[in-house]
Design a protein around this ligand. Sequence first.
Ligand SMILES: O=P(O)(O)OC[C@H]1O[C@](O)(CO)[C@@H](O)[C@@H]1O
Length: 517
Amino acid sequence: MTQPYTPLNPPQKALSGQDKHSFGYSTLSTRLPVIVSKIVDDVYRSYHSLSDSDPFKKEKEQEAKKIIELIGGLRYELQRDKPFRPLTDKREDVEEWNQALATYYPTSSWYKASWLFSECYLYRRIKEAFALTEHWKDYDPFFQQKRTVFKSSQKAVVSMAVQLTTPVVPGTKLSVLDLKVQEGPDSKGTRDAFFEMVQVSLWGNATDLSLLDNPDLEKVEELQKRMLSSSTSSNASSANASPAASTVHLDQLGVVKNPEEHASELEKHADKILSNDSELLWSKVKSLRNGRVDIILDNAGFELYVDFVIADYLIRAGFASEIVFHAKRIPWFVSDVMPADFQWTLDQLHHPQPSSSDSSSSSPYFFNPSDPIEQQALLALGQKWQSYVDKGTWKIVSHEFWTSCYSFYHLPTHPSTQDLFESMRQSDLWIFKGDLNYRKLVYDCKWPTTTPFTEAIGPLGQGEKNEKAEGVPTLVSFRTCKADVVVGLAEGVEAKMDQIEPNWMVNGEYAVISVSP
Ligand SMILES: O=P(O)(O)OC[C@H]1O[C@](O)(CO)[C@@H](O)[C@@H]1O
């Protein structure tokens, strides 16, 4: 079956910077130049901190200046809507990218092409500047930002670590989560924990760097309060733990205050989920036993941490025995996960820091909770999750397709995705995280908001006008809305939201949980 749609022939009108009222226009004209400027600043700081003892200091400085010149030139191109040009590095995806440019956009430019193409092309051009060097080719200009936001997430990270590992029943190793799932996949505890995990996974996407251009750490903490409430509210009411035991233990940690209050915190945000297919998702998940679940990742840092949390839940509940995490091969959309970020995040939980790092902290660890129980919870969680990786229960993979210009409509049929698609067909459930993945699922088009999700995802779903490609399993998108495209809404929701909050589609305050069975 050939794919009838192409970037020049999308299923609906493609979002584009040509529309001055679009989020694509403001992203291209305002937000991306800021992101580009921050990369220049980061490279400048990096090369100015090179040690004099570095034998390659001179070469690194020369190369850094070339990177800054190339990246600075991007800002100029964006601001003047200069024509696209072919990529000049030697990465394995360069032919594919230049083929797409020549086929779809031979005479186009940043504001004339689709927003999706232009924004993906921008990040690929950023990679080109580093790929053309010897000493900076694997450098991640976003790593410091990823690190900062993760560091500032300590409160929520520790709180969840305690729920997942701290024994709450004297004489046992059972944590609150263990207790909830110990009655088996069909139990109320397992079901309750599932719905909490879905909220945690969804709102973890809200603390995203690319929207928080200057990571406002108060905002990060405020956003994470949602997860804090969801994970603690379930604990206090956990079916099997003696409330006294769990509350006493967790209370000692100052984690569980008043479950009702935390629950209301969660309810406060439930109405921000504009389309919620959680029940439909549960009807699929609850039938899985020792299945395979693929998580197409989004952001590093705290969002990746909560991806680990839901992955751990799926294993402990017996729904999955294999989780395949899909990362990006190049720095992407500021904070997307690369394989190095995956391992780094695990390491921060339980590996002592190299002496050179954060000297301000007395603790040898990345996180430095005062309470030894909390420190122990982080160590135990890091060791547990590392053992999943060592045993092959958790696998981290990457493919060039995820950093291509293509919508996911092309996953089943594109020549260079056959290896990826053949592997993913073995999966029982695909979990897509975040806004960019959502945009690529729906071809980043201006669909009517009432279009069924299963229709808007083309060959990945079964709709009245579209046929699901052979081998595509159930899929779900956990997405906070950060782009002016959304589908699957009931009649009237768009009009109501336009009344309440004009920026509701793009401000990251609202979300959808969309399932294709
Ligand atoms: O990290 P996420 O959730 O994919 O968000 C990335 C999104 O942020 C933006 O850059 C603007 O907010 C979008 O263009 C992009 O889809």
